[in-house]
Design a protein around this ligand. Structure first.
Ligand SMILES: O=P(O)(O)OC[C@H]1O[C@H](O[C@H]2O[C@H](CO)[C@@H](O)[C@H](O)[C@H]2O)[C@H](O)[C@@H](O)[C@@H]1O
Ligand code: UDP
Length: 456
């Protein structure tokens, strides 16, 4: 059996906590097969980039690389998170392009390729993840790497006209053709990529999922919706009621219902719109005032990037404003927390909540939506209110689907969730759980890797 080598910017190095679906999902996938996980160490080296660390834990070998402050600023905060992230989330208005940060992006990709190439064997299966590392396959091939190379994009693929707004887009996205398989979260992402290949990429779509470059190289592309360890989340949520933090939250509600949001503090997650929608709910549905508390957990993410700092201030103001307008001496409508919670606690919070509010403006998948459902009590499940712009909405059609820009609509969905009869809640829960049991994290990994192993 060939060895699995996973490559991603974010590595869940044991003992270092960080929120984010990619690390959570890859940890679960690698624990099953064992193998190597290669990427950024999470450390900034004051002198230079390139220090390598190796560390074994269970059946996983972690090989990670330090970055200098300059590389971290220009590659991660810069090109990855101020250029590609907004572009891929349809926010061309926030794209900040500079040749300096693009050069750093290519430099760090070259450094990663140079450190990884000597560790690879020809029969390894190498699975590279996300927008930080698009050029890596081409760079590895130039260093003589022969093994199969797959790529998975965790974020959305926007329409080709948006991609074409990026200076040097041809050079960047042509790099994808050095992979053997490109995976997307949804069919829509795949379709939009195929449009790009035809319209701007000088390539051909031979048939759905089979592409050919202008130089005649063939590769595959497909939709592989990422998922969660459904059985483990169910188990954790069942056991969570005895946890101190969960008990304290339950007691603090004084019999009121809870609506929960759990998101990195990121503008793609639609948090200001969500806060406003909750305010709108209190105005449009006065019969529910004082009966529902909204808890937003939002660990700080990419805190050195200006847009993220602005978002933080905006949310502080908004939560203060809503509480100022609606709070009672014994009830605070919005609880806003910037801490990162471990999964065993989060699953307990989800299970306590009558409503899961997942309303991103754009999201590749959104694992929180799936976790919320899997954590529910089958006898008395809560209701998921889910944005149609999250990849998860393709599989979770039995949620209350909303358009996050329509704040009255989200407000009304909250009221519907509060009033939904038990029988309907159970039906919706069972429909969604059937999908999550079938397509869990193991199925995702197996389907992707089986496709990567197939000859083209
Ligand atoms: O590594 P960070 O900069 O701290 O950010 C965390 C991760 O955010 C993004 O996650 C995406 O992957 C999830 C799993 O596939 C998906 O559900 C979600 O919709 C995406 O936003 C990012 O793509 C990752 O690279 C980051 O590690
Ligand atoms: O305090 C927190 C907040 C989030 N998460 C996890 O971070 C992941 C977020 O993944 P998602 O796909 O929803 O969004 P992303 O942050 O990757 O864009 C989920 O597994 C959450 O349970 C966590 O462990 N602790």
């Amino acid at each position: 059996m060939s060895r699995l080598v996973v490559v991603s910017n974010r590595v869940a190095v044991p003992g270092v906590s960080s929120a984010g679906g990619l690390a959570v999902a890859l940890q679960a996938a690698l624990e099953e097969t064992g193998g190597m996980w290669f990427g950024w160490s999470g450390r900034i080296d004051p002198s230079d980039s390139g220090q390598v660390h190796e560390h074994d834990a269970g059946n996983i070998r972690y090989v990670t690389v330090d970055l200098s402050k300059r590389d971290h600023d220009d590659y991660y905060n810069g090109f990855a998170n101020r250029t590609l992230w907004p572009l891929l989330h349809f926010r061309v208005d926030l794209v900040d392009y500079s040749r300096i940060t693009y050069a750093a992006y290519r430099r760090v990709n070259a450094l990663f390729a140079e450190k990884l190439a000597p560790l690879l064997r020809d029969d390894d299966i190498v699975w590279i993840h996300d927008y930080h590392l698009i050029p890596m396959a081409k760079l590895l091939r130039e260093l003589g790497v022969k093994c199969r190379l797959g790529f998975f994009l965790h974020v959305p693929m926007p329409s080709s006209d948006l991609l074409a707004a990026l200076p040097q887009h041809e050079r960047l996205f042509e790099g994808l053709s050095s992979y053997d398989l490109i995976g997307f979260q949804t069919e829509r992402d795949l379709e939009r990529f195929q449009d790009y290949v035809r319209l701007f990429g000088r390539g051909r779509v031979i048939s759905h999922g089979v592409l050919e470059t202008h130089k005649g190289k063939r590769l595959r592309a497909g939709a592989f919706p990422i998922s969660i360890d459904t059985a483990q989340i169910e188990e954790q949520a069942r056991a969570a009621a005895s946890k101190v933090g969960v008990k304290r939250l339950a007691t603090s509600l004084s019999g009121r219902e809870l609506a929960i949001g759990v998101d990195r503090l990121d503008y793609s997650k639609g948090l200001p719109e969500r806060f406003r929608s909750f305010g709108r709910f209190l105005k449009r549905h006065p019969e529910h005032r004082g009966k529902l508390t909204f808890l937003q957990i939002a660990p700080v993410s990419r805190g050195e990037v200006l847009e993220y700092q602005k978002l933080r201030s905006e949310l502080e103001q908004l939560s203060g404003h809503i509480n100022g307008a609606h709070a009672e001496p014994d009830w605070t409508p919005v609880r806003y927390v910037n801490r990162n919670y471990p999964h065993p606690t989060l699953t307990g919070f989800y299970r306590l909540s009558r409503v899961g509010l997942v309303t991103p403006l754009r999201d590749g998948m959104n694992l929180v939506a799936k976790e919320y459902v899997a954590a529910q009590d089958p006898k008395d499940p809560g209701v998921l209110v889910l944005s149609t712009f999250a990849g998860a909405a393709r599989e979770l059609g039995a949620a209350l689907l909303v358009n996050p820009y329509d704040m009255d609509g989200v407000a009304d969905a909250l009221a519907t969730a509060m009033e939904m009869p038990l029988e309907e809640r159970r039906e919706r829960y069972e429909t969604m759980m059937a999908v999550l049991r079938e397509n869990d994290i193991t199925a995702w990994r197996r389907k992707y890797l089986a496709a990567l192993r197939e000859p083209i």
